[in-house]
Design a protein around this ligand. Sequence first.
Ligand code: HEC
Ligand code: HEC
Length: 302
Amino acid sequence: METALIVFALIVIVGGLFAAISFGLQARRDHRTRSSSAVPTARSEERPSADYDERSGMAGITTIGVAMAFLAIVVTAAYAVYDPFRAADAAERQRAIDVERGAHSFVTYCAACHGMEGQGLVGPNIHLGELAKRHSLRPTDPDERRKLEDLVNKTVTRGRPPVMPAWGLTDGGALNHQQINEITMFVLSDQWSAAAAVAKEYEVKPAAAAPAAGEPEGLAAMRSNACLACHALNGQGATGGPGPDLTGLASRPKIAGVLDTNRENLIRWLTNPLAVKPGTTMPPLPLSDTVREKIADYLLQK
Ligand code: HEC
Ligand code: HEC
C-alpha cells in the first residue's frame, strides 16, 4: 500500500534530480562558452553580436526541451513501474473489504451453528485446518485450495440437509452470489477473531452468542441450539432468515400452518418437523426432552 507510493515518489524524485543536474551542467557549459567567447574586442564589448544572442537563445531552448523530454520519459517509466504495484494494492484492498463483509455475514447467518469463531456448535468446526483435514485437501496447494473454496461456496449455496439451510438465491435462500463469495473468502482467510471484532464494531447481534446472564432458560436454550440462526424473536436473531419470526407465537392459531398452537403440538413440532409437515425446511435438531419443554414454555408464554 504505502510502499508502492513511496517507491513511486522515490523514482520521481530521483528522475527529477537527474533532470535538474543535467540541466544545471548544461547551463554551466553554456555560461563557460559564453565567457570564453566574450573575446574583448572593442566591438563586441560595446554590443554583443546579434548572432551570439540567437545562438545562446537557441541553446537554452534546446536544453529546456531535452530536460522536458527527459522528465517525461522518467515520469512515464516511473508510472510503468508503479502501476503493477498499484493494481496489486487495489486487489489487496478489495480482498480485505470482501473478507470484512464476509465476516459481517458470517456473524449474522452462520455463527449460531458454527460458533462465533467457527469452532463448531450445532454445525462442525470449519477452521481451514479442520476443513482441509476432513476433506484431505491441502490449503497450501493452489489447486486443492481452489477445491476447498468451491466446497465452502457450494455448501453455503446449497446447504447441507437436513440441518444447514441453503443460502443461495438459486436454492431458495436469501444471499446473492457476491455475498456468498465474501463469506467463502472470510472462511478461507481463517481470520476467526475478525468475526467478533466486526460484530462489535457494527453492533451486529450474533444469532447465538453465549446466553446473557439472567436470561430465561428457554431463550438461552434457543440460542445455544441454533434456533436464532433461522428465526428472529423479539428483535433478536435472524431477521429475514429462512424461518418465520417467532415473536408472538402464542397468539397465532397454528404452528407452521398445520398444528393447533399448544404445548404438546409445539413439542411435537420441535421433535420432528418433517413428520408433522412433509417437505418443510425446518430441520430436526437433536434436543433433549427437557430442552424442548423449556423452549415450548418460553415460546408459549404471553
Ligand atoms: C442451522 C445450522 C447451520 C447454519 C445456520 C449454518 N450451518 Fe454450516 N453446517 C451445519 C451442519 C449441521 C453441517 C454439517 C452437515 C453434514 O455434513 O452433515 C454444516 C456444514 C458446513 C460446512 C461443511 C463442513 C465440511 O467439513 O464439509 C461448511 C463449509 C459450512 N457448514 C459453512 C457454513 C456457513 C459459511 C454458514 C453461514 C452462511 C453456515 N454454514 C450456516 C449447520 C449450519
Ligand atoms: C435451519 C433453519 C431453522 C432452524 C435452525 C430452526 N428452524 Fe424453526 N423453522 C424453520 C422454517 C423454515 C420454518 C417454517 C416451516 C414451515 O412452515 O414449513 C420453521 C418453523 C418453526 C416454527 C413454527 C413457526 C410458525 O410461525 O408457525 C417454530 C415454533 C419453530 N420453527 C421453532 C424453532 C425452534 C425452537 C428452533 C430451535 C430448536 C428452530 N425452530 C430451529 C427453520 C429453522
